[in-house]
Design a protein around this ligand. Sequence first.
Ligand code: FUB
Length: 338
Amino acid sequence: AALMGCTVASFGQSAGKKPISQPLVSHIYTADPSAHIFNGKIYIYPSHDIDAAIKEDDEGGHFAMKDYHILSMDKIGGKVTDNGVALDIKDIPWAGRQLWAPDATYKNGTYYLYFPVKDKGDIFRIGVATSKKPTGPFKPEPAPIKGSYSIDPTVFQDTDGKSYLYFGGIWGGQLQRWTGNKYDAKGALKKPDELAYQPRVARLSADMKEFAEPVRELQVVDANGKPFHEKDNDKRFFEAAWIHKYNGKYYFSYSTGDTHNICYAIGDNPYGPFKYQGVVLKPVQGWTNHHSIVQIGPKWYIFYHDVQLSGKTHLRNVKVTELTYNADGTIKTIEAYK
Ligand code: FUB
């Protein structure tokens, strides 16, 4: 994330209202929850926020996380277990700083954890680590995924067995430095009338550790099929990609960053185009908004975070609430405070 200097951009809208859900854990700060069901149990792969006493800046330097703790629970509302350190930055040979939002999946007896971290040259790359257990410990590959860049990886396994990695985040997430998959340290944010940056996707190799194809730009488009401009910043992609399937359709959801919405767009296949539909989750307390959407039994849930425990934008706490669809497959907008 990117992270403007403002501490809690959206407190204003929730002033005087009560949160609709409570933090899942309070002994550590957690954020960016990617939830999955493995063997009938709920596992949450969050960032582990810490206070590294780094001053807030536009590049998100104050999000100085160093490890991951995986949370698990048998059911929504059940006891939440912290399974300890699953991966430590000191065990990632190529890592420099800022272990940001991860995701995980399972294939053929192995769990795969995908994570963004700045390399020793301060460029965000995406790594993969494996374990025989959903809670780790995870062993990182010696180098980042070849051709990977930027932040917020999310892995999606389609029903045909093919897997895809979606990623990207502008501002502190450095997506603006990558055009045509080439690095340009001077890559700038778009001007209001320019087309907005789009998220990225690549199919994964059978062993889940490499891209099986060059990274593509995902097309998130408006109701008329046209890509958004930067000035459409209450709708255009910023960071925090997630994808899920509902009634045979592909739902791509993401944060609009500086306008703090979680929005979604629907497509007919994993590559899109994805047509914009609306807001899933209105701004939460704190600058960042980041989520995952999963089916648990017959119901659907959104895992998200806010800063209820700390009041500080870089010390977040994960939460969960139910998500419901309308009969036409659209998602009912969630207000996190009532
Ligand atoms: O947690 C660090 C960053 O903040 C994530 O990578 C972004 O999505 C934002 O939530």
